[in-house]
Design a protein around this ligand. Structure first.
Ligand SMILES: Nc1ncnc2c1ncn2[C@@H]1O[C@H](COP(=O)(O)OP(=O)(O)OP(=O)(O)O)[C@@H](O)[C@H]1O
Length: 277
């Protein structure tokens, strides 16, 4: 049965998710009663100050963290461990350095036992999609950071996940590479109508890419607001330069500034406390 707040079009339903950790300084609540739904084909970004629980929330959705309370359902199935419906791309390097580009992308297809010819055909499709055709036989060590991140993306897409989770996938890249890769991700997401969840610190990036933006509060991480980005697609440079776009950026920055200031204050108090002054 559908819960009262979800619709038939929802592919992900997160309900009252709470994550607590035991730390040297006592228990902390990293994610506090977070509920939200994601529609099929939607691009939803999660933004919030450092340490507000974004990665913890994604780790619950990705099945990497299972000691949470509340529930996450994907396509009606409760997530309680790594799940074939979810594909993750991280900030950190995650290519296999001993495998060529094509063998990296073939990896999830080997796991499901796809015959070799089919694996290669499929891997080539995704390698082309991320713009790496011609590099199939290179090793990750021969590629730039941005290209390696494209390999990770192609490998994740090859498993055809229902939901693509990206935890700051551009954070380690220089600005130009970041912009180019961001454009590529958006283009692929639109082409495949791939349901995508992105963690980012970059408000412009979030507004440009997203259908909705979930803003989290500083510790404990709650949902502060979910903002609908009602701008036409494709999000051309004309739209990015428009007044409406600027208003969304300002609005979200306002929310974030409030939360980030609370974080800063908290840290300062903590430091004063620790130094006994
Ligand atoms: N395994 C863990 N054990 C103890 N505390 C943890 C653990 N993982 C995260 N935390 C704490 O939980 C809180 C939320 O962390 P999390 O990494 O989810 O935040 P975040 O919003 O992704 O941060 P950032 O933007 O800096 O990546 C932080 O205070 C962090 O120190």
């Amino acid at each position: 049965m559908l819960s009262p707040s979800s619709t038939r079009n929802d592919i992900l339903v997160a309900k009252d998710v709470i994550v607590r950790f035991e730390t040297a300084e006592g228990p902390i609540t990293a994610v506090d009663n977070v509920s939200f739904n994601v529609r099929q084909g939607e691009f939803l970004s999660v933004i919030g100050p450092s340490g507000c629980g974004k990665s913890s929330l994604f780790n619950v959705i990705g099945g990497l963290l299972t000691h949470h309370q509340g529930s996450v359902e994907v396509g009606g199935e409760t997530i309680d461990g790594p799940h074939k419906s979810i594909g993750m791309v991280f900030q950190e390097e995650s290519t296999f350095p001993w495998r060529t580009v094509i063998d990296n992308v073939c990896f999830p297809l080997e796991l499901i036992g796809l015959p070799k010819a089919k694996r290669i055909e499929k891997a080539r499709t995704f390698i082309k999609m991320v713009g790496l055709d011609g590099f199939e036989n290179r090793f990750p060590g021969e590629l730039s950071g941005g290209m390696r991140q494209r390999v990770s993306l192609a490998r994740t897409l090859a498993s055809e996940p229902k939901i693509l989770l990206m935890d700051e996938p551009f954070a380690a890249l220089d600005e130009q590479t970041r912009l180019l890769l961001g454009d590529k991700v958006l283009q692929i997401q639109q082409q495949l109508q791939q349901t995508t969840l992105l963690i980012t610190h970059n408000i412009t990036e979030a507004v440009q890419m997203s259908d909705r933006i979930l803003v989290m509060t500083y510790r404990p991480g709650k949902v502060k607001r979910i903002v609908d980005i009602d701008l036409p697609r494709p999000r051309t440079s004309e739209i990015v330069g428009s007044e409406a776009f600027g208003r969304y950026v300002a609005e979200i920055w306002n929310d974030l500034r409030e939360e980030a200031s609370r974080g800063l204050q908290d840290e300062e108090e903590h430091l004063h406390g620790a130094s006994g002054s």
